[in-house]
Design a protein around this ligand. Structure first.
Ligand code: P6P
Length: 311
């Protein structure tokens, strides 16, 4: 993945600092992609029989993806620690490293047994301390992050990332075993696209969100698309426009999506593409995290659609 690391390093100073870590994640995800496409054959679908730190049934491929990404980052000396959805606490990898990686190794894994799209999400922060990495060091607002991105396992394997100013995407070419820079400086359309939400939850929504969504639908006339995997729904929103939302409800009063490795990385990408990303208290990127696995409501996409919903 040397050519990918060089392309990322050329995107700016944060790119240079994060290139090796992102290239290592991408290489692990090529391996994960291969396992996903043959999972029914190799018998790795289904659950491990255990629950993860979220109290959710852990899929076998959740654990496989987590282990491959941690193993890959263990080879990158600049990575001090990783925080993963699948692990209760941060894992220190290189005490002298300068980066902290937050990761959802396999997001949307309930789609796996129906061969639906899933993704890997990552956020990269600068580390200030030395030695063993304490959880508090990772509790940084998103505005301080160096890089964010995801791998979408869809009809193509696509790496979408931002190292600050713009959003770029790289498509994996299995014949050449390399990522090709296919999307330069993605800008989210401010009109058109779709609204993307699990509307079955509407009767349980808090914050008058059902009424707000009804008004937004009438104002914008947007159609509905919902995959049930955040990476797939956000990727479509980035390219086509519209809004993705996961409101708080009586079952998840703080929302379902995790701040550190779902909401913040996606908010960084959407804002870098010219969109907006909010939670209950304002911009997602300005939230001061209080816990590694904290959940937040998420409203992100085209500025006009987000404003039509929240204003
Ligand atoms: P629901 C996947 O479990 C996930 O964390 C996100 O990828 C996705 O956007 C959301 O949850 C889907 O949740 O309740 O609609 O199945």
């Amino acid at each position: 993945m040397e050519s990918l690391a060089k392309a990322i390093a050329s995107l700016g100073p944060n790119g240079a600092r994060c290139a090796d870590a992102i290239a290592a994640i991408a290489e692990a995800c090529v391996s994960i992609d291969r396992s996903l496409r043959t999972a029914p054959i190799r018998g790795v679908l289904g659950t491990t029989g255990e629950t993860n730190v979220q109290g959710e049934a852990q899929q076998k491929l959740d654990r496989i993806a987590d282990e491959r990404i941690v193993q890959a980052l263990a080879q990158v000396s600049s990575v001090a620690a990783i925080g993963s959805e699948e692990r209760k606490t941060l894992e220190t990898l290189h005490p002298d490293g300068e980066l902290i990686v937050l990761c959802d190794p396999l997001d949307g894994s309930s789609n796996l047994d129906v061969a639906g799209s899933v993704g890997t999400i990552f956020l990269i922060q600068s580390r200030r301390g030395q030695g063993e990495v304490r959880e508090e060091e990772a509790l940084q607002p998103g505005v301080q992050a160096l890089a964010a991105g995801y791998l979408l396992y869809g009809t193509a394997l696509i790496l979408t990332l931002s190292v600050g100013a713009a959003v770029h995407a790289f498509t994996y070419d299995p014949e050449q075993n390399r990522f090709v820079h296919t999307h330069k400086a993605i800008r989210i359309p401010d009109r058109g696209g779709y609204y993307s939400v699990n509307e079955a939850n509407a009767p349980k929504w808090l914050d008058q969100m059902a009424e707000r969504l009804a008004r937004m639908k009438q104002q914008t006339g947007l159609g509905l698309r919902y995959v049930g995997a955040m990476v797939a729904d956000v990727h479509r929103t980035l390219l086509k426009g519209g809004i993705f939302l996961y409101p708080p409800d009586t079952k998840n009063p703080n929302g379902k999506l995790r701040l550190m490795y779902e909401a913040i990385p996606m908010a960084m990408l959407v804002e870098a593409a010219g969109g907006a990303a909010y939670t209950r208290t304002g911009r997602i990127l300005e939230v001061q995290p209080e816990a590694l696995h904290q959940r937040v409501p998420v409203y992100l996409g085209s500025k006009s659609a987000v404003e039509a919903l929240l204003d």
